[in-house]
Write a protein that binds this ligand. Sequence first.
Ligand code: F6R
Length: 611
Amino acid sequence: MCGIVGYTGKKAAAPILINGLKRLEYRGYDSAGLAVTSPDGIFVEKAKGKVSELVNKLAEHGEDSPFHDSSSGIAHTRWATHGPPTTENAHPHASDRIALVHNGIIENYKALKANLVSQGYKFLSQTDTEVLALLVDSYYEGDILQAVTTALKDVEGTYGIACMSQDEPGVLIVARRGSPIVLGVGDGETIVASDASAIIKHTRQAIYLDDNDIAKIQGGDIDIMSLDSGIVSREASEIDWSPDAAEKGGYEHYMLKEIYEQPDAIENTIRGRMDMERGTAMLGGLGLSPRDMADLNRLVIVGCGTSLNAGLVGEFATEDFAGICAEVEQAAEFRYRNPIINSKDLVLAISQSGETADTLAAVREATDKGALVAGLVNVVGSTIARETGRGVYLHAGPEISVASTKAFTCQVATLLMVALKFARSRRMSVVNGRTFVQEIKNLPNLVKQVLAKEQQIAEVAERYVKYEKMFFIGRGYMYPVAMEGALKLKEISYIHAEGYHAAELKHGPIALLEESMPVVALALKGPGKEKTIGNIKECSARDARVLGIITEGDEEAKSEVDDFIEIPECRLHAAVVPATVALQLFAYHVARLRGCAIDQPRNLAKSVTVE
Ligand code: F6R
């Protein structure tokens, strides 16, 4: 959730580290810090707030300070877990000879701390990371690799770390367990980061560490060992997206840029995967033949947040078209409630980042229970992608905005392909399969039609800026859309928004309806529309303003609502995508008009690597 950057090479480290931190700021942004080594020792600077605050503080140091000429260092942008966001709690944490940055959680930090206190160590922060830094210090006898290796053996919990010592300038030690570390391999230099977006400007050659790997890096020399088994070899792979993909490209916010990227992102997701002739999808990464698929009894989908909402669409489509039992479950719940799983189940873990702790834990639980486990992941080389070993990459490109947009629509496109593949291995005819293929191929076009209405959606948003609470309702395929629309609105505008099944309204939530509680109702043509129109009437009768997401040209629906956004006509499993895009734009404009920090909503982090 936090961001790590490290550099060792011949260039000045600080500008490279700062640039990397800015790339990672979307992951966590309540404080930042940087440390460099020099012949005079380790120099640390930290600041509460955004990376720009750290840049201001660094500028106060003179031209001849080590911050300007040191050629190795580590840096961090933080999302608070232990202790509030203060300068003291910001990383790096350091002794007078060791500095360390850390992502993850050291679970046994209290016991380790008590032991260090008894040895005379004093603590300046409330963090678990300072405990790890001083633990390394306590084992340090002139060999930083040895000290980190020994310290990590005492640690329970998760970490991605970068560490250095005053006596070994130019040497970085990095290690991972549960929190990603990627090494960008350059010419006589290495850039270390928790996320490839911080290294792509310098190199496309990336080595992803595995859990329990520890590496010693100096300039371009990289030695990787496993804490369990000595020297290991990890191949470099090529990052397949360009540096431009991680830039704002003229848009005011990453979120808006990514909303607009959706037609291309979905094209990339489905490219080479549609077989029109046979009316099916080709998902080679699943490693399942039609016969294997026909043999499966159940699809179990796990994920969190937006990925969970996409999973609901997958459940509905798989049951609807393939006639196979499908379930979607919050990943943490799946892990802890001891689910019934067997070898005839395919467990599909959905995660944009591929690093979400709860989803990863669910993957491990399903693997241990003997299920076939596959990942539906965006970030290539991420932990879930590697641990599942089979699955489908989204190819949506880097998603920087904390509020997920293009990942959702690409997940839905992929889940429709999965449902189609299941369906064709069972009862769906080739003719119906071809219609389904055509519908999936048409998704980018549907999204473009909604994007063309941005101005109109922005005008609608103006009428909803003043509210502090809102309901989103839908039925069938529009229920996950209501959930996702509410999630987008609440996370970036701080309006209290709740997604409900439209039928559920009468069972309690209706008590809240009044003039100050508008309702966004998904009332597209198709099964369930008339019932939702009935619910809209109930809302209007209680003075709630209603924004209808309706089918283009549906005059009946228009007459029932106060405001509307029209979606091109299509079957409802496909309409999920354009309807969600309309709600993404609605949320974006409401948040923009309320002056919110859209790309950096409070308390959130892009990738939730703690439980
Ligand atoms: C909401 C959002 C989060 C993520 C969730 C899971 O906009 O981004 O709800 O969807 O944290 O993240 P991934 O998909 O990376 O596992």
